[in-house]
Design a protein around this ligand. Sequence first.
Ligand code: SAM
Ligand code: 2KA
Ligand code: SF4
Ligand code: MG
Length: 210
Amino acid sequence: MSYAVKEMFLTLQGEGANAGARAVFVRFAGCNLWSGREADRASAICRFCDTDFVGIDGDGGGRFADADALAAAVAGHWGDGKDARFVVLTGGEPMLQVDDALVDALHDLGFRIAIESNGTIAAHPGIDWVCISPKAGSEVIQRSGNELKLVWPQAGIDPDALEQWDFGLRLVQPMDSADAQANIAAAVAFAMARPRWRLTLQTHKMLGLR
Ligand SMILES: C[S@@+](CC[C@H](N)C(=O)[O-])C[C@H]1O[C@@H](n2cnc3c(N)ncnc32)[C@H](O)[C@@H]1O
Ligand SMILES: Nc1nc2[nH]cc(C(=O)O)c2c(=O)[nH]1
Ligand code: SF4
Ligand SMILES: [Mg+2]
């Protein structure tokens, strides 16, 4: 299978429990909860997305003919070192494209694989770190993993229901929007009221990283 990738870059993971870790990000093109076109945002299932995932025209993006070609590009972004190789598969929705061949090819090159997914498609079982971020109005079928990352506030999501899901960590992340300051206050209040949850911030945005 070939893969459509919007962009690929080396940075520090900005969010969640792996924040601060050097990682190659692979941003797959396309999502099942929004077309990515601004004209469709108001009618999309997911309406607060902060990301351009349309097309394959970003830095390091393109159409990769097979898993070995994509994994080789990831290794090229990482550089020579073999130690602690780490790749984050995101998008768009990465589980529209991630398959056995890609997981095997990345593991063969020594990468630990993380995913950022909306959970509407089962995560590939070979992935080493599963981060699921539920979206109101969608059906999340992937209800287990390493971290559950709730963007807050989100009308239509009941945090009590999420307490039943099987995740090692529960994280609350302020929604980046015109109301960012109010959303930070809401996320802080959320974490203060719910000791099983921790606040996570989009540190790459504060640091000026990609
Ligand atoms: C762009 S999404 C791509 C991966 C996948 N489609 C998902 O939604 O999890 C990457 C992460 O950014 C989060 N995110 C998207 N828009 C955001 C916003 N406006 N504020 C805070 N987090 C946001 C998502 O919830 C997800 O955890
Ligand atoms: N540095 C950095 N960390 C991130 N964590 C999740 C991201 C994403 O867009 O999936 C992201 C991103 O785009 N950049
Ligand atoms: S599910 Fe993820 S990629 Fe898709 S629109 Fe929402 S935040 Fe963006
Ligand atoms: Mg992002």
